[in-house]
Design a protein around this ligand. Structure first.
Ligand SMILES: [Zn+2]
Ligand SMILES: [Zn+2]
Length: 396
Protein backbone atom coordinates (compact mmCIF):
# COMPACT_ATOMS: atom_id res chain seq x y z
CA UNK A 1 0.00 0.00 0.00
CA UNK A 2 0.97 3.64 -0.32
CA UNK A 3 2.13 5.55 2.75
CA UNK A 4 3.70 8.92 3.50
CA UNK A 5 7.13 8.17 4.97
CA UNK A 6 9.60 10.33 6.89
CA UNK A 7 13.09 10.26 5.38
CA UNK A 8 14.94 12.90 7.39
CA UNK A 9 14.75 16.63 8.00
CA UNK A 10 12.34 18.22 5.50
CA UNK A 11 12.23 15.05 3.40
CA UNK A 12 8.95 13.19 2.95
CA UNK A 13 8.25 10.51 0.34
CA UNK A 14 5.15 8.57 -0.63
CA UNK A 15 6.33 4.96 -0.78
CA UNK A 16 5.03 1.41 -1.03
CA UNK A 17 5.04 -0.31 2.36
CA UNK A 18 3.55 -3.64 3.56
CA UNK A 19 -0.15 -3.59 4.45
CA UNK A 20 -0.89 -3.64 8.19
CA UNK A 21 -2.15 -6.81 9.86
CA UNK A 22 -4.01 -7.58 13.08
CA UNK A 23 -1.25 -8.23 15.63
CA UNK A 24 -3.23 -8.25 18.89
CA UNK A 25 -6.83 -9.14 19.84
CA UNK A 26 -7.78 -5.49 20.48
CA UNK A 27 -6.53 -4.30 17.04
CA UNK A 28 -8.58 -3.17 14.07
CA UNK A 29 -7.51 -2.35 10.51
CA UNK A 30 -8.95 0.80 8.96
CA UNK A 31 -8.99 1.56 5.22
CA UNK A 32 -8.40 5.28 5.11
CA UNK A 33 -10.66 7.65 3.20
CA UNK A 34 -9.25 10.98 4.48
CA UNK A 35 -6.20 12.02 6.48
CA UNK A 36 -4.77 15.42 7.38
CA UNK A 37 -1.39 17.01 7.94
CA UNK A 38 -1.19 18.58 11.40
CA UNK A 39 0.91 21.49 12.64
CA UNK A 40 2.53 19.04 15.05
CA UNK A 41 3.61 16.89 12.08
CA UNK A 42 5.80 19.85 11.15
CA UNK A 43 7.87 19.37 14.32
CA UNK A 44 8.74 15.91 12.95
CA UNK A 45 9.24 17.33 9.46
CA UNK A 46 11.75 19.81 10.89
CA UNK A 47 13.35 17.00 12.92
CA UNK A 48 12.76 18.73 16.25
CA UNK A 49 11.06 15.83 18.03
CA UNK A 50 13.13 12.85 19.25
CA UNK A 51 12.79 9.28 18.04
CA UNK A 52 12.07 9.49 14.28
CA UNK A 53 13.54 6.81 12.01
CA UNK A 54 13.85 6.73 8.23
CA UNK A 55 10.76 5.13 6.69
CA UNK A 56 8.37 5.90 9.59
CA UNK A 57 4.78 6.33 8.36
CA UNK A 58 3.47 9.80 9.26
CA UNK A 59 0.02 10.95 10.29
CA UNK A 60 -2.24 10.96 13.33
CA UNK A 61 -5.41 12.55 11.90
CA UNK A 62 -7.36 10.01 9.86
CA UNK A 63 -10.66 8.28 9.28
CA UNK A 64 -12.06 5.54 7.13
CA UNK A 65 -13.75 2.18 7.08
CA UNK A 66 -13.09 -0.75 9.38
CA UNK A 67 -11.96 -3.70 7.24
CA UNK A 68 -10.87 -6.15 9.97
CA UNK A 69 -11.16 -6.49 13.76
CA UNK A 70 -9.33 -8.62 16.28
CA UNK A 71 -11.11 -11.12 18.52
CA UNK A 72 -11.11 -8.66 21.45
CA UNK A 73 -13.04 -5.92 19.64
CA UNK A 74 -16.79 -6.36 20.00
CA UNK A 75 -18.02 -2.79 19.45
CA UNK A 76 -16.79 -2.43 15.84
CA UNK A 77 -17.52 -4.42 12.71
CA UNK A 78 -16.30 -4.53 9.15
CA UNK A 79 -17.87 -1.68 7.23
CA UNK A 80 -18.18 0.73 10.18
CA UNK A 81 -17.24 4.30 9.33
CA UNK A 82 -14.87 5.63 12.00
CA UNK A 83 -12.70 8.60 12.96
CA UNK A 84 -9.57 7.43 14.81
CA UNK A 85 -8.31 9.46 17.81
CA UNK A 86 -4.61 10.44 17.60
CA UNK A 87 -4.04 9.42 21.23
CA UNK A 88 -3.99 5.66 21.88
CA UNK A 89 -5.35 4.66 25.28
CA UNK A 90 -6.03 1.29 26.91
CA UNK A 91 -9.05 2.43 28.91
CA UNK A 92 -8.20 0.30 31.92
CA UNK A 93 -5.03 1.65 33.59
CA UNK A 94 -4.81 4.00 36.61
CA UNK A 95 -4.67 7.06 34.33
CA UNK A 96 -7.31 6.07 31.75
CA UNK A 97 -9.75 5.36 34.58
CA UNK A 98 -9.27 8.96 35.73
CA UNK A 99 -9.90 10.38 32.26
CA UNK A 100 -6.19 11.12 31.72
CA UNK A 101 -6.04 9.19 28.46
CA UNK A 102 -2.90 10.90 27.16
CA UNK A 103 -1.12 9.61 30.27
CA UNK A 104 -2.06 5.96 29.52
CA UNK A 105 0.48 3.56 30.99
CA UNK A 106 -0.18 0.67 28.63
CA UNK A 107 -0.42 1.87 25.04
CA UNK A 108 3.22 2.83 24.40
CA UNK A 109 5.42 -0.19 23.62
CA UNK A 110 8.57 1.95 23.97
CA UNK A 111 8.01 2.97 27.57
CA UNK A 112 11.68 2.81 28.52
CA UNK A 113 12.57 5.40 25.90
CA UNK A 114 10.00 7.95 27.11
CA UNK A 115 10.74 7.23 30.73
CA UNK A 116 14.37 8.14 30.06
CA UNK A 117 13.34 11.37 28.30
CA UNK A 118 10.36 12.55 30.33
CA UNK A 119 10.72 10.78 33.68
CA UNK A 120 7.54 8.74 33.17
CA UNK A 121 6.16 6.88 30.16
CA UNK A 122 3.75 8.69 27.82
CA UNK A 123 0.92 7.24 25.77
CA UNK A 124 1.33 5.98 22.22
CA UNK A 125 0.31 8.20 19.32
CA UNK A 126 -0.09 7.34 15.66
CA UNK A 127 2.78 8.35 13.39
CA UNK A 128 4.60 10.35 16.02
CA UNK A 129 8.08 8.85 16.40
CA UNK A 130 9.36 5.86 18.32
CA UNK A 131 9.26 7.96 21.49
CA UNK A 132 5.46 7.66 21.37
CA UNK A 133 5.49 4.00 20.42
CA UNK A 134 6.59 3.80 16.80
CA UNK A 135 2.98 3.10 15.72
CA UNK A 136 2.64 3.52 11.94
CA UNK A 137 0.55 6.59 11.12
CA UNK A 138 -2.55 7.21 9.08
CA UNK A 139 -1.18 9.15 6.11
CA UNK A 140 -1.52 5.89 4.22
CA UNK A 141 -4.08 3.70 2.51
CA UNK A 142 -4.57 1.63 5.66
CA UNK A 143 -3.61 1.66 9.33
CA UNK A 144 -3.54 -0.74 12.25
CA UNK A 145 -5.44 0.71 15.22
CA UNK A 146 -4.39 -0.72 18.62
CA UNK A 147 -6.97 -0.70 21.48
CA UNK A 148 -9.62 -0.25 18.80
CA UNK A 149 -12.40 -1.09 21.27
CA UNK A 150 -11.52 2.17 23.12
CA UNK A 151 -10.62 4.72 20.47
CA UNK A 152 -12.48 4.92 17.16
CA UNK A 153 -15.50 7.20 16.96
CA UNK A 154 -18.31 5.64 14.93
CA UNK A 155 -19.98 7.99 12.43
CA UNK A 156 -23.39 6.43 11.88
CA UNK A 157 -24.63 9.20 9.55
CA UNK A 158 -23.21 8.36 6.11
CA UNK A 159 -24.39 11.63 4.59
CA UNK A 160 -22.01 13.88 6.53
CA UNK A 161 -18.80 14.43 4.53
CA UNK A 162 -15.40 13.30 5.88
CA UNK A 163 -14.26 16.92 6.02
CA UNK A 164 -16.74 17.82 8.77
CA UNK A 165 -15.85 14.93 11.11
CA UNK A 166 -12.19 14.19 10.28
CA UNK A 167 -10.85 16.70 12.82
CA UNK A 168 -12.46 14.83 15.71
CA UNK A 169 -9.22 12.82 15.36
CA UNK A 170 -7.18 15.59 17.00
CA UNK A 171 -7.47 19.30 16.36
CA UNK A 172 -11.13 19.81 17.28
CA UNK A 173 -10.91 18.06 20.70
CA UNK A 174 -7.51 19.71 21.21
CA UNK A 175 -9.00 23.13 20.52
CA UNK A 176 -12.01 22.39 22.74
CA UNK A 177 -9.83 21.25 25.65
CA UNK A 178 -7.56 24.30 25.28
CA UNK A 179 -10.61 26.54 25.41
CA UNK A 180 -11.99 24.65 28.41
CA UNK A 181 -8.62 25.09 30.13
CA UNK A 182 -9.08 28.88 29.79
CA UNK A 183 -11.89 28.54 32.38
CA UNK A 184 -13.99 31.11 30.52
CA UNK A 185 -16.29 33.21 32.72
CA UNK A 186 -19.06 35.50 31.44
CA UNK A 187 -17.56 38.69 29.99
CA UNK A 188 -14.07 37.22 29.56
CA UNK A 189 -11.58 38.27 26.91
CA UNK A 190 -9.25 35.53 25.69
CA UNK A 191 -6.16 36.11 23.52
CA UNK A 192 -5.16 33.28 21.17
CA UNK A 193 -1.59 33.10 19.86
CA UNK A 194 -1.40 31.27 16.52
CA UNK A 195 -4.20 31.05 13.96
CA UNK A 196 -3.20 27.71 12.50
CA UNK A 197 -5.83 24.96 12.41
CA UNK A 198 -5.93 24.48 16.19
CA UNK A 199 -5.95 28.21 16.97
CA UNK A 200 -8.78 28.81 14.50
CA UNK A 201 -10.91 26.02 15.95
CA UNK A 202 -10.07 27.21 19.49
CA UNK A 203 -11.56 30.62 18.62
CA UNK A 204 -14.83 28.93 17.69
CA UNK A 205 -14.75 26.75 20.82
CA UNK A 206 -14.08 29.78 23.06
CA UNK A 207 -17.17 31.55 21.73
CA UNK A 208 -19.24 28.36 22.16
CA UNK A 209 -17.98 28.21 25.77
CA UNK A 210 -19.09 31.77 26.45
CA UNK A 211 -16.11 34.07 25.81
CA UNK A 212 -17.23 37.62 25.13
CA UNK A 213 -14.17 38.63 23.11
CA UNK A 214 -11.40 36.66 21.45
CA UNK A 215 -8.28 38.42 20.19
CA UNK A 216 -6.29 36.38 17.64
CA UNK A 217 -2.57 36.89 17.01
CA UNK A 218 -0.70 35.74 13.88
CA UNK A 219 1.02 37.28 10.87
CA UNK A 220 -0.31 35.20 7.94
CA UNK A 221 -3.10 37.19 6.22
CA UNK A 222 -5.30 34.22 5.20
CA UNK A 223 -5.19 32.80 8.73
CA UNK A 224 -6.10 36.18 10.21
CA UNK A 225 -8.97 36.43 7.76
CA UNK A 226 -10.35 33.06 8.93
CA UNK A 227 -9.93 34.23 12.55
CA UNK A 228 -11.90 37.39 11.78
CA UNK A 229 -14.57 35.31 10.00
CA UNK A 230 -14.88 33.27 13.23
CA UNK A 231 -15.60 36.50 15.14
CA UNK A 232 -12.17 37.30 16.60
CA UNK A 233 -10.46 40.70 16.69
CA UNK A 234 -7.04 40.29 15.10
CA UNK A 235 -3.46 41.49 15.70
CA UNK A 236 -0.63 41.06 13.19
CA UNK A 237 2.38 40.49 15.42
CA UNK A 238 5.01 41.74 12.99
CA UNK A 239 3.20 45.08 12.57
CA UNK A 240 2.16 46.04 16.10
CA UNK A 241 3.36 45.57 19.68
CA UNK A 242 1.12 42.70 20.78
CA UNK A 243 1.56 43.54 24.48
CA UNK A 244 0.72 47.24 24.00
CA UNK A 245 -2.34 46.44 21.89
CA UNK A 246 -3.62 43.83 24.34
CA UNK A 247 -3.32 46.23 27.31
CA UNK A 248 -5.04 48.92 25.25
CA UNK A 249 -7.91 46.56 24.36
CA UNK A 250 -8.44 45.36 27.96
CA UNK A 251 -8.46 48.59 29.97
CA UNK A 252 -4.79 48.11 30.84
CA UNK A 253 -5.35 44.80 32.66
CA UNK A 254 -4.43 42.23 30.00
CA UNK A 255 -6.52 39.29 28.76
CA UNK A 256 -8.35 37.09 31.31
CA UNK A 257 -6.87 34.02 29.63
CA UNK A 258 -4.09 33.46 27.09
CA UNK A 259 -4.12 30.41 24.82
CA UNK A 260 -0.92 29.21 23.14
CA UNK A 261 -1.68 27.45 19.85
CA UNK A 262 1.92 27.84 18.63
CA UNK A 263 4.23 25.79 20.82
CA UNK A 264 7.87 24.92 20.37
CA UNK A 265 8.55 26.65 17.05
CA UNK A 266 7.39 30.16 17.97
CA UNK A 267 8.98 32.73 15.69
CA UNK A 268 9.27 35.62 18.13
CA UNK A 269 10.90 38.93 17.33
CA UNK A 270 14.12 40.68 18.29
CA UNK A 271 17.31 39.51 19.96
CA UNK A 272 15.68 36.93 22.24
CA UNK A 273 14.21 35.13 19.19
CA UNK A 274 17.69 34.88 17.67
CA UNK A 275 19.13 33.56 20.93
CA UNK A 276 16.34 30.91 21.13
CA UNK A 277 16.98 29.81 17.55
CA UNK A 278 20.70 29.37 18.18
CA UNK A 279 20.09 27.48 21.44
CA UNK A 280 17.56 25.18 19.76
CA UNK A 281 19.88 24.56 16.80
CA UNK A 282 22.78 23.50 19.03
CA UNK A 283 20.54 21.53 21.39
CA UNK A 284 20.91 23.62 24.57
CA UNK A 285 17.17 24.33 24.49
CA UNK A 286 14.50 22.06 22.91
CA UNK A 287 11.72 24.60 22.45
CA UNK A 288 11.48 28.29 21.53
CA UNK A 289 9.22 29.84 24.19
CA UNK A 290 8.65 33.33 22.68
CA UNK A 291 4.86 33.05 22.91
CA UNK A 292 4.92 31.62 26.42
CA UNK A 293 7.04 34.53 27.70
CA UNK A 294 4.78 37.07 26.04
CA UNK A 295 1.65 35.47 27.52
CA UNK A 296 3.09 35.54 31.04
CA UNK A 297 3.94 39.20 30.56
CA UNK A 298 0.51 40.32 29.32
CA UNK A 299 -2.00 38.00 31.04
CA UNK A 300 -4.03 39.85 33.63
CA UNK A 301 -3.27 39.23 37.30
CA UNK A 302 -4.99 36.04 38.42
CA UNK A 303 -5.43 35.01 34.78
CA UNK A 304 -4.98 31.67 33.08
CA UNK A 305 -2.40 30.38 30.61
CA UNK A 306 -3.59 27.47 28.46
CA UNK A 307 -0.96 25.61 26.46
CA UNK A 308 -1.97 23.61 23.39
CA UNK A 309 1.01 23.94 21.11
CA UNK A 310 3.41 21.03 21.54
CA UNK A 311 6.48 21.45 23.76
CA UNK A 312 9.10 18.71 23.73
CA UNK A 313 11.63 19.35 26.48
CA UNK A 314 13.65 22.13 28.10
CA UNK A 315 13.19 25.88 27.69
CA UNK A 316 15.36 28.76 28.90
CA UNK A 317 14.61 32.18 30.35
CA UNK A 318 11.20 31.34 31.76
CA UNK A 319 9.78 34.33 33.71
CA UNK A 320 8.54 32.25 36.62
CA UNK A 321 8.76 35.16 39.07
CA UNK A 322 6.32 37.23 37.01
CA UNK A 323 3.89 34.31 36.79
CA UNK A 324 4.17 33.76 40.55
CA UNK A 325 3.70 37.43 41.43
CA UNK A 326 0.67 37.74 39.15
CA UNK A 327 -0.91 34.56 40.50
CA UNK A 328 -1.29 32.93 37.10
CA UNK A 329 -2.78 29.48 36.61
CA UNK A 330 -1.13 27.18 34.04
CA UNK A 331 -3.17 24.46 32.32
CA UNK A 332 -1.64 22.13 29.75
CA UNK A 333 -1.63 18.62 28.40
CA UNK A 334 -1.68 16.46 25.35
CA UNK A 335 -5.33 16.19 24.36
CA UNK A 336 -7.48 14.00 26.66
CA UNK A 337 -9.36 13.18 23.50
CA UNK A 338 -11.60 10.33 24.61
CA UNK A 339 -13.35 12.68 27.08
CA UNK A 340 -14.80 14.81 24.32
CA UNK A 341 -15.76 12.27 21.64
CA UNK A 342 -19.55 12.28 22.06
CA UNK A 343 -19.89 15.96 22.96
CA UNK A 344 -18.00 17.15 19.88
CA UNK A 345 -19.57 14.67 17.45
CA UNK A 346 -22.94 16.03 18.62
CA UNK A 347 -21.84 19.66 18.13
CA UNK A 348 -20.67 18.86 14.59
CA UNK A 349 -23.82 16.88 13.74
CA UNK A 350 -26.00 19.72 15.08
CA UNK A 351 -24.10 22.16 12.86
CA UNK A 352 -22.89 24.24 15.84
CA UNK A 353 -19.32 23.92 14.62
CA UNK A 354 -18.06 23.24 11.09
CA UNK A 355 -14.33 22.45 11.24
CA UNK A 356 -14.13 21.99 7.46
CA UNK A 357 -13.90 25.76 6.87
CA UNK A 358 -10.17 25.72 7.69
CA UNK A 359 -9.29 23.31 4.83
CA UNK A 360 -7.47 25.05 2.00
CA UNK A 361 -6.15 22.03 0.04
CA UNK A 362 -7.38 18.51 -0.71
CA UNK A 363 -4.62 16.47 -2.38
CA UNK A 364 -3.62 12.88 -3.04
CA UNK A 365 -1.19 10.84 -0.91
CA UNK A 366 1.30 11.20 -3.77
CA UNK A 367 1.28 14.97 -3.27
CA UNK A 368 2.45 14.67 0.34
CA UNK A 369 5.99 16.02 -0.16
CA UNK A 370 4.66 19.17 -1.80
CA UNK A 371 1.88 19.48 0.77
CA UNK A 372 4.32 19.34 3.71
CA UNK A 373 6.55 21.91 2.04
CA UNK A 374 3.64 24.25 1.43
CA UNK A 375 2.11 23.86 4.91
CA UNK A 376 5.50 24.28 6.59
CA UNK A 377 6.37 27.44 4.64
CA UNK A 378 2.76 28.76 4.76
CA UNK A 379 2.81 29.32 1.00
CA UNK A 380 -0.02 28.86 -1.52
CA UNK A 381 -2.57 30.27 1.00
CA UNK A 382 -2.26 26.92 2.76
CA UNK A 383 -4.18 26.73 6.05
CA UNK A 384 -4.89 22.98 6.32
CA UNK A 385 -4.23 20.04 3.98
CA UNK A 386 -6.39 16.92 3.67
CA UNK A 387 -4.90 13.96 1.78
CA UNK A 388 -7.20 11.44 0.13
CA UNK A 389 -5.81 8.02 -0.82
CA UNK A 390 -8.40 7.72 -3.59
CA UNK A 391 -7.44 10.93 -5.42
CA UNK A 392 -5.20 11.09 -8.48
CA UNK A 393 -1.98 13.10 -7.95
CA UNK A 394 -2.07 16.67 -9.21
CA UNK A 395 0.08 17.50 -12.24
CA UNK A 396 3.04 19.59 -11.23
ZN1 LIG B 1 -2.68 16.75 14.95
ZN1 LIG C 1 -4.50 3.32 29.86
Amino acid sequence: MKAVCWQGKKTIKTEDVPEPKILRPRDAIVKITSTAICGSDLHLYNNLFPGMRRGDVMGHEFMGEVVAVGSGVSNLREGDRVVVPCVIACGGCFFCKRGLYSCCDNSNPNQAETEKLFGSPCCAMFGYSHTTGGIAGGQAEMARVPFADMGPIKIPDRSIPDEKVLFLSDILPTAWMGAENCNVQPGDTVAVWGCGPVGLLAIKCLFLQGAERVIAIDRVPERLKLAADAGAETLKFDEVSVADELYEMTAGRGPDACLDAVGMEAHGLGMMAVVDRVKQAVGIENDRPAVLREMIKVARKGGTISLLGVYSGMIDTFPLGIAFTKGLTFKMSQVQLHRYKELLLDLVMEGKIDPSVIISHTLSLDDAARAYDMFNDKTGNCTKVVLKPGLAPTVR
